[in-house]
Design a binder for this molecule. Structure first.
Ligand SMILES: [Zn+2]
Length: 469
């Protein structure tokens, strides 16, 4: 019986392939970047237009829709109780520059479609609509409904889903084809903090006049610079050169009027994987703490920071928040922004937290250790981790269908970042590109592999049948 259904699904999509690709091309050709709100258009005119377009597409496919005031569009297969939700989104990030072909004139080459939003997330959204149509056209009787929930503000603030959840409950089980295969059942939590400190400068030399390192909260600092007064270039070189080699960072030391400028260059990376980079902030702090600076409150702060954030500690060990669990791996901690002058400093850290983390064992502990060094945590935001157990029958259904339709190993992975369904019960990221296909989401020449979209549509069809029959 199952084999027959699979054969019918495959045959169906062979027949529908051209129509589905044409609909993907149409929707990708519509720019849908968040704009100024207008009456009835909470995220601007382009988003309202793409919602209207998608509503018409769904009707043409024989599906019913409900427009939640241009925040969210839902597409339903039937009017039975909803069992399964598929979360996708219709907004795209700005096209940027550097495209080989125009971003809103989708181009097919090498078995791929190129265009802004084709992978993230319009191609998968259209594949989901076609999966609903397939179940209907194949005449398969369902006892429950599947609902495609199409948001319009995933990329810039996610103001869409809260509006929807004030009006509707989330489906009992959901997946979101807005990442990659296989299943991501764990998304780490996130603790971001900015700390500050004020102190008096006694003017004693040598001293550090300024430090500037990193620029973005969730990016490992690639470059850090310091101005030092009262020391010779040669002496600083002598102390720092070997340290730079040990830490594998580039170092330049140059005289600049009365000061010496120390520049450290490491490597940037996303804060969810700080070990992939080489943090210039922690490297420059280690060097500055090793210099024979005059005693001062500022020097104390520099030494405290060097102690709390030793170079190469990606796991918050010195900050007292190192922890790890079997399902989600270790907590990671990245010291991304540092600003220091003679009277005050500020620093920002971005920690990705495993399932075992909470405020008590993470942000409160960090706060205590920082406070002891007169560093005051001012803004903290802790987003809880997201976890759906792998042995849930729903997850097993996803993995089984994935293996059957792709021939690849179905397994659950953890990610350091968060997805569209973070915090929604029994919801996971699932597809819609194959593992290790880099679709260049958010970058120039974003693409989707046509075969991966076609297989996704078949996979979704099978899952709808398995979950809603
Ligand atoms: Zn997305």
């Amino acid at each position: 019986m199952e084999a027959t259904i699979k054969d019918r699904i495959k045959a169906y999509f062979e027949e529908q392939k051209e129509a589905m690709l044409a609909d993907i091309i149409d929707i990708v050709a519509m720019r849908s970047v968040k704009g100024e709100p207008e009456p009835g258009m909470p995220f601007g005119r382009e988003l309202a237009q793409v919602v209207e377009h998608t509503e018409q597409l769904a009707h043409r496919l024989g599906l019913s829709t409900k427009n939640f005031d241009n925040y969210v569009l839902t597409v339903n297969l039937n009017d039975k109780p909803t069992e399964l939700g598929i979360f996708a989104h219709l907004d795209v990030v700005h096209e940027g520059t550097g495209w080989t072909t125009p971003p809103y004139e989708p181009d097919i080459r090498d078995g791929k479609i190129f265009g802004r939003g084709v992978a993230d997330d319009k191609g998968p959204a259209v594949a989901a609509l076609y999966a609903l149509k397939a179940v209907k056209d194949l005449g398969i009787e369902l006892s429950k409904n599947v609902r495609v929930i199409l948001g319009t503000d995933e990329e810039s603030g996610s103001g869409d889903l809260p509006y929807y959840f004030e009006r509707e409950c989330p489906p009992p089980y959901s997946f979101s084809p807005d990442a990659a295969y296989p299943v991501y059942n764990i998304e780490k939590g996130r603790f971001q903090g900015t700390f500050t400190s004020q102190y008096k400068d006694n003017g004693a030399l040598p001293r550090v006049v300024r430090i500037e390192g990193g620029h973005t909260m969730n990016i490992v600092a690639q470059k850090a610079e310091a101005l030092i007064e009262g020391m010779a270039v040669e002496e600083i070189e002598r102390i720092c050169r070997e340290m730079a080699a040990d830490m594998k960072v580039e170092l330049t030391v140059v005289q600049e009027g009365d000061f010496v400028r120390l520049t450290v260059t490491g490597a940037s990376a996303h804060a969810c994987d700080p070990a992939a980079g080489n943090n210039a902030n922690t490297a420059i702090l280690a060097m500055l703490a090793a210099l024979p600076l005059a005693e001062s409150e500022g020097k104390q702060r520099i030494c405290s920071l060097a102690r709390l954030f030793p170079h190469g500690d990606y796991f918050g060990k010195a900050l007292g928040i190192q922890m790890e669990d079997k399902v989600s791996g270790p907590l990671t901690c990245s010291f991304d922004i540092l600003r220091y002058d003679a009277a005050q400093l500020s620093g920002s850290i971005d920690c990705r937290c495993p399932v075992c983390s909470n405020e008590e064992n993470t942000s409160e502990v960090a706060d205590r250790w920082l406070s002891e060094c007169d560093l005051h945590l001012e803004t903290t935001k802790m987003v809880a981790p997201h976890y759906v157990p792998e042995d849930l029958p729903f997850i097993q259904t996803l993995l089984r269908a994935y293996e059957e339709y792709t021939g690849m190993k179905g397994e659950c992975w953890a990610m350091g970042g968060g997805t569209y369904v973070h915090g929604i019960e029994n919801a996971v990221a699932f597809g819609a590109c194959y593992p290790y296909t880099d679709v260049r989401g958010h970058a120039a020449d974003e693409f989707a592999v046509i075969e991966e979209l076609m297989v996704s549509a078949q996979l979704f069809t099978q899952i709808i049948i398995d979950m809603c029959r």
